[in-house]
Write a protein that binds this ligand. Structure first.
Ligand code: ADP
Length: 502
């Protein structure tokens, strides 16, 4: 009897394959990092061929660890770093350029030109796509490749090239590649291109034309949970149905069982991503959040979310480690920060690639403010952790304002949630409990759930809710006046980063 679901999690720094049983417990994980390519300041690329190879290796590795074979796996789900853009040749499978990663800011000129086409500026496509024009999203990245790689535009117009986010690239490769590979995506990924109409879940031809992206190169948009096809290569999962696709943050929302209106999760990784389930209602943001597809399960109605995307949180800890050498491992930051009671008046605003939600300022750059002779590296370590919590507070404030219903608790996951000091400060700053589940690999689990639901391994959302178990809670304990003072100071610090890049 088949007893497991496989999830492929193609992330920003690594790719992993995890196997889950019916209780949602992980029985095996295999993970490998891929290279980060920085050709110049502000540019970030990945080698798509390397990612495809690693994907095969981690699938084989996970099965081997649990001593299982394809015969034990009921379905495969895919989750992925969103917005990262690949364009490849349909006939050969050769990428025409490296994958342009979500953090890459090279499309700022393209975004500014598109914003100048009308009176709404960066809000030009918000009503149709839920997104502001920003370098973060995939559409302008496709445009950049077509404009800058020789001969590529003509090939795209002739239908010879495929575009995909990483879900599509992985799916196409494991379903045969040039030999009949499926060119398919799901609405959560498509909703991050600036090219999809949020109501109809189809490509908006008018926007595609303005963006200079031929519709012929775009994948078919299917639901997030259905059998798309089967793994069709000599690989270890050969013959297993592929039955789920969710962008990583939507997958984490699903894996956290945020399945009812008003439920939200925050993932603390390289960046932070808060998603609030708004049900079948598409809530327009007036406060700098994104309106996005949360999931679409088979033929059920589309479920939407409000999202607060924060570019730099955990990567600020990496910066303290790698660029300043103040700590040698990420978890060490907690010991250093705990040697002092507060930030000593110092605030670090990590606007390394501008600011995402709720500001969307590409002209901002990072700043450390409030420095005095008193400030030590321990205060700075504390300021690094606090920056994550302050940025989260800004996004939650925006969410409360947009939805009209204040959040009463926050489910958390991701690499930073092992940090007690940060989690307590987060609860203090939000004034609501912060709750961490037993299974912290919510991204992979969410993709597994989407795939398992499609093949009847789980019978419905009640199974997912039943599998969610709280592990640890942090209760707010800060004096309100102090909370207000700290937060006001942070907001002032943020304004000091604006207007830096001309
Ligand atoms: P991603 O999935 O985005 O690659 P993860 O969820 O694996 O990220 O989280 C890794 C991030 O969390 C890194 O940026 C790292 O600096 C940070 N991190 C990991 N452990 C800790 C810790 N104990 N305290 C603070 N930051 C941490």
């Amino acid at each position: 009897m088949k007893k497991y679901v496989a999830a492929i999690d193609q992330g920003t720094t690594s790719t992993r394959c995890m196997l889950f049983d019916r209780s949602g417990r992980a029985v095996a994980t295999e993970q490998k990092e891929h290279r980060q390519i920085f050709p110049q300041a502000g540019w970030v690329e990945h080698d798509p061929a390397e990612v495809a190879t690693i994907t095969r290796e981690v699938c084989a590795g996970a099965l081997a660890r649990a001593d299982l074979s394809a015969a034990d796996v009921v379905a495969v789900g895919i989750t992925n770093q969103r917005e990262t853009t690949v364009v490849w040749d349909r006939a050969t499978g050769e990428p025409v350029y490296n994958a342009i990663v979500w953090q890459d800011t090279r499309t700022d000129r393209i975004c500014a030109e598109l914003a100048a086409l009308g009176d709404d500026g960066a809000e030009r496509y918000r009503a149709r796509t839920g997104l502001p024009l920003a370098t973060y999203f995939a559409g302008p990245k496709i445009r950049w490749i077509l404009d800058n790689v020789e001969g590529v535009r003509a090939r795209a117009e002739a239908g010879q090239l495929c575009f995909g986010t990483m879900d599509t690239w992985v799916l196409w490769n494991i379903t045969g590649g040039p030999d009949g590979g499926l060119h398919v995506t799901d609405p959560t990924n498509a909703s991050r291109t600036l090219l999809m109409d949020l109501d109809t879940l189809s490509w908006d031809e008018e926007i595609c034309a303005e963006m200079g992206v031929p519709v012929a190169m775009l994948p078919q948009i299917r639901s997030s949970s259905e059998v798309y096809g089967t793994v069709r290569e000599r690989g270890v999962l050969a013959g297993v149905p592929i039955a789920g696709i969710l962008g990583d943050q939507q997958a984490a929302t699903f894996g956290q069982a945020c399945l009812a209106v008003g439920e939200a999760k925050n993932t603390y990784g390289t960046g932070n991503f808060v998603l609030l389930n708004t049900g079948t209602a598409k809530v327009d943001s007036r406060n700098g959040l994104l309106t996005t597809v949360c999931y679409k399960i088979g033929t059920n109605d589309t479920v939407y979310a409000l999202e607060g995307a924060i570019a730099v949180t955990g990567s600020l800890v990496q910066w303290l480690r790698d660029n300043l050498g103040m700590i040698s491992t990420a978890p060490e930051i907690e010991q250093l920060a705990a040697t002092v009671d507060d930030n000593g008046g110092a605030y670090i605003v990590p606007a390394f690639s501008g600011l995402f939600a709720p500001y969307w300022r590409s002209d901002a750059r990072g700043a450390i403010v409030g420095l005095t002779r008193y400030v030590t590296k321990a205060h700075l370590a504390r300021a690094v952790l606090e920056a994550t919590a302050f940025q989260t507070r800004e996004v939650i404030d925006a969410m409360n304002a947009d939805s009209g219903v204040p959040l009463t608790s926050l489910k958390v996951d991701g690499g930073m949630v092992g940090n007690e000091l940060l989690m307590q400060f987060q609860a203090d700053l939000l004034d609501v409990p912060v709750i961490r589940p037993v299974v912290s690999e919510t991204t992979a689990l969410g993709a597994g759930y989407a795939a398992g639901l499609a093949v009847g391994f789980w019978s419905g959302e009640d199974d997912i809710r039943a599998n969610w178990v709280a592990d640890r809670q942090w209760q707010p304990a800060m004096d309100p006046q102090r909370r207000d003072e700290l937060y006001a100071r942070w907001r002032k610090a943020v304004t000091r980063t604006f207007d830096w890049v001309e």
